[in-house]
Design a protein around this ligand. Sequence first.
Ligand code: WTA
Length: 650
Amino acid sequence: MNSDDFMDVLRTCCSREQYDALYRESVEDPQNFWAKVAREFHWEEPWKSNVLAFNFNVDNGKVDVSWFAGGKTNMAWNCIERNIQNGCGEQTAFIWEGNNLGEEGKKTYLELQADVNRLANWLKSAGVKKNDAVIIYLPMIMELPVAMLACARIGAVHSVVFAGFSSEALAQRLLGCKAKVVLTCSAVMRGSKHINLKGVVDEACDFAAAKDHAVDHCLCFINARLNSDNHLTQSRDKHWQNEVDQLPRDCETEWMDAEDPLFMLYTSGSTGSPKGVLHTTGGYMIYAGATCASVFNMRQGDVFWCTADCGWITGHTYLTYGPLLNGATSIVFEGVPNYPDAGRCWNIIDKYKVKTFYTAPTALRALQRYGDDFVKAYKRSSLKILGTVGEPINPEAWQWYFNVVGEGRCPVMDTWWQTETGGHMITPLPLAIEQKPGSATLPFFGVEPVLLNENGVELLDEAEGYLCFKTPWPSMFRTLFADHQRYEESYFSMFKGYYFSGDGAKRDADGYYWITGRVDDVMNVSGHRIGTAEVESALVTHAECVEAAVVGIDHPIKGQSIYAFVTLRESCELTNSTRKALVDCVRAMIGPFAAPDTIQRAPALPKTRSGKIMRRILRKIASREEESLGDTSTLADPTVVDTLVELRDK
Ligand code: WTA
């Protein structure tokens, strides 16, 4: 097979037989398979003979994965210059659709090149060097992907922090990677809400300064649309437009080793503080490009809309890098799906002739509630492929997406993956894999899922178990920033020799995978990953709260909502104002999206004799399923359960 066309082979895989043959090839000879993909990209220097080296087994030494070692490339070059050289300089790279109707903008690949280089030059003048961390705290304006690409151009490691995180959470991330430079924006509107981002950054920088870490430069994009006041009050503050616009539009590319870091992104785990997931350059790049081509059948010039925020992994791989690697046009949407009304998404699809729409089940459930008329008011005739990500999609939402939004003619790509995996892992392909509503279907090329029982035994055929992976794929994370031990403990110790995802799954008689959700203490609220431990530590910052335990319970729109049990100091009452103050603690420590919906008093929590909180029991109580509590004999004090049921509605 001519390797020059290999991306096209993946893109046009159009029958189950073809998928089966390619899949077999990808797992039998991964080195050759991925080398064929990699040759489709620009490498300044080729990799050494060994495409892949890895150890997944903690008993055999350090867990280590390396793809294309010794090869030199650059993500920004492959996203920008590669397209310009292919004659796409004048084509639109990004379309920006603002929060309010009528606010819009776009950037061609040539304009993108100039903007990325100007900002890269500014970063250099601010002292940022290869491997330095840069924090990006920006709303969904085009400067956000530009900032990511500017870091990539000079080999700086970006860490995008979702602009819904609080100043405490931002400070924690700043301190974690010791960033000297923060890129931000004065303020933004989301729906009808005004958000003062610069204020959050100021607080975070002050907080970091109090912990002996000084941010040297805070580059602030002034959002003129909001007539915002002068936000530049600190000596570290710089005016983005004034500083950057006058800089040269050329900037030398820093050639990176395939295994040099590209970015880190914090995500929630089952215990402790958020984890800095670290992705490297070469493997992540080719996998982002290949999955986009294959799963979304993406071609040069396609208009692709991923509704995720760049603050999450989906916005990294499928809004920024993957589409640009395929020469597509990617939409950056600043607003929310129901503003000014529930027809906004379908309006945008018609306006820009979107071919592929990629969103989260929670958004679909929210829009479904407004009825079909909002959808039918628009043509949606440009749509060819639909996609979902972030949580299991319930069959009702799937049917609505497929039948109403896609009018039965657009296949639905239910893509299962994680911040850690960097790209799609289990997913249909539009032309090759028959769908089943609610199933993420089959593994992507090179991906080898297994289901294990609690003893680590691989289950064959139809089965349900812990979803793990046997072998590495190119875009897997390589470590947790500055904590390789936690990487090994969190992901490779539970089942020796496997990467453990934290999810459970079933495999049916046709070999299709059905994700059942997290099996650890990570919640999924509106597609946001939130650790129970993080919310609990926020709740106990309240002076009256001595202990807290939170669980996620089913919610018809959000997937899960947060239910908190709190033990207050003797003589303290759980009044409405205490409830509000507790919620405020979570908003301040994490952000509004992590606020519990329900807070209940718990004079004591159900614990084992060794003092471990039994969340399984709390989940049953919160979900009003105390009839099916299961075994409670290991509880230190079984009467706790009755008390909690009694207090539930008080
Ligand atoms: C869940 C998002 C079912 C899962 C890309 C996973 C899904 C977590 C799906 C990762 C899906 C993601 N079906 N569950 N199609 N996609 N998940 O890191 O529990 O924010 O472990 O990455 O979301 O969330 P993360």
